[in-house]
Design a protein around this ligand. Sequence first.
Ligand code: HEB
Length: 741
Amino acid sequence: NNDTKGQCPFMHGANTKVGGNSTKNIDWWPNQLNLKILHQNSEKSNPIDANFNYAEAFKALDLDAVKKDIADLLVDSKEWWPADYGHYGPFMIRMAWHAAGTYREGDGRGGSSTGNQRFAPLNSWPDNANLDKARRLLWPIKEKYGQNISWADLFILTGNVALETMGLDTFGFGGGREDIWEPEEDIYWGTEKTWLDNGRYDKKDLMDRELEAPLAAVQMGLIYVNPEGPDGIPDPVASGKDIRETFGRMAMNDYETVALTAGGHTFGKCHGAASDSNLEAEPEAASIEQMGLGWKNNYGSGKGTDAITSGIEGAWTPTPTTWDNSYFDVLFGYEWELTKSPAGAHQWTPKGLDKAHHAPDAGNPDKKVGIMMTTADMAMKMDPEYRKISEHFHKNPAEFADAFARAWFKLTHRDMGPKSRYLGKEVPSEDLIWQDPLPESNGKSLTSDDVDSLKHALLNSGLTPQELIYTAWSSASTYRDSDKRGGANGARIRFAPQKDWPVNKPEQLQQVLSVLNNVQANFNQEQSSNGKQVSIADLIVLGGSAAIEQAAKLSGVDVDVPFSPGRVDASDEQTDTESFDVLEPVADGFRNYSKANFTVAAEEMLLDRAQLLTLTAPEMTVLVGGLRALGITADDSNKGVLTDSVGTLNNAFFRNVLDMNTKWEPKDAHASNSKTEFVGIELATGKPKWEASRVDLVFGSNSQLRAISEVYATNDANHKFIKDFVSAWVKVMDADRFDLK
Ligand code: HEB
């Protein structure tokens, strides 16, 4: 018998574990560029039919019926994970809040819109402990309604139903979150190798230190702050500082932060019946018969009043399944002293708690127990700014309810993009400034003759092709798919802060805009009889596209750059100036721009931007090569313009970056990752011929990008190059045209 006893059978030739089996490229060369972030969620990982339309499916849903089923489920306690107080509402609110609360405005990543809580690392973050049960409890709803409601929408809808059934009037609900089917590769969650490490602040001083950007949680594995206090130190004022920083990075101000925290903790309880040494592994590491659940609890019954989640124990209010003002009543009604939970966690206990202010026992309505606050809750009273707001809410319950409802709506819809993307009958009609609202278009669309005559006007306006292309790129490339903000629609490039960003060449931009204003005025006047109008937003894009057609002609190729009119111009009042600061590209490899010398390599920042623009690796490559050939650079140098025919759309960049007749030398420092500028020396003459950045040379040095560059550099490739460039260009120009999708 040649059965291999416990040995690897011969056919075991594939790398079937992410880390195990053979050594990977990532082990040998951990600093290689991760092009995988551009290849996520292909049809190969997604089981849904390619022609499936989620918006249509959602519209077919009977939302009231789903909500009724959720409401019934919330009070149908299951033996395998009993509901505290017989109501899963608070538990579900925490799940929805943690789904949305990973959002950070810095790069727009995280948030509620993908259903990523189903996957690692989020499904196994310590802060998400036991939320695996909350999601699992919802399976019957998902099973019943199938693809008509995504998990991502179901999480948030369930949060809303929970709030409504416990007495809060919510502000509304918009569907439209489409699920992903594998963990995200692109989101940077920090470098720590252990959970809840204290490594992400630059200093130890709790009141004077900087949190690493763009992270919006103070420790690995948390949604926001450590409930016991910064670094586990129970200092409410210092906790207030942490909360302000992290909620600020989620785009919440003090008013919204107090409303959210106090409102959230009006419901439910903390779980810390015993030490977390009773817990087994988190879902991603749990043994197979746990069937995807984690944190198996060996204390007592392992559930209900024996549950262990945060390690803190107790309810905040006497009425944990009712919306009321009791959070502030008890917060201000008592002096609180620092104590420890049964699990040994810091928490705060009221002195001399009145009988009426005791909470019911989570498992037995006839039994009464004390209440508690976390250190983070104490910040709502001890931080001077939070205190003012808390006192105000305490005296104005109706305002508190409205503030909470609005902040909850923002929290759970912040990363969905413009309101036009929201689905369903519960979408609130009020426009909210954080939605970056756009005016309605007047419905009179431009004909192809109009477009042709506008193209003609733009090309004969005196503006150079570079000016037109540069401005179109500046306008459209702010788009980020992470939270679907930015982009060309609205033409917010006319306003601060965009108009003043150095990367947008402010002086040139003003010149371009004033010419476009004339083109617009002429057109609108000619058309005044039939009411047709062209927006500046459309003219910006059309100018770039017309100039590209012209540049392709210089290369002997007649190409049509598809143009979809219909963009509108936002007004100043529809623009929250400050909120656009986070969209500033501090580096844009497509324009060879870097605002400063960053520790992150320029090619990594190119990749980051390409990912936010939803570009594939070939699309990113062809865009860089084409923009260089067209002479589109931020500082008007010849950096990266590896062509003798600047302004002609051809594949010269690729031919030259791969050319072995050039030798490249760094111009600056010699430590390998601080080399940022290079000279290309012509071997035959020994003379400098080209200048380039890391973003240019990476297309020759990185083996995968070189392979793609080779495709565009061959003698037979010019047509393909132009065709691919045009379609990648149009993809960026139309990235925010949700009306076309
Ligand atoms: Fe919260 C819970 C913390 C915010 C809602 N919180 C909880 C807990 C803790 C916490 C620790 C407990 C868990 C267990 O189970 O154990 N939070 C916290 C913090 C913060 C918060 C630190 C910041 C400041 N929350 C929040 C918000 C919200 C919430 C914002 C909403 C809106 N929470 C909540 C709820 C709960 C909690 C509802 C309950 C759950 C149950 O009951 O299960």
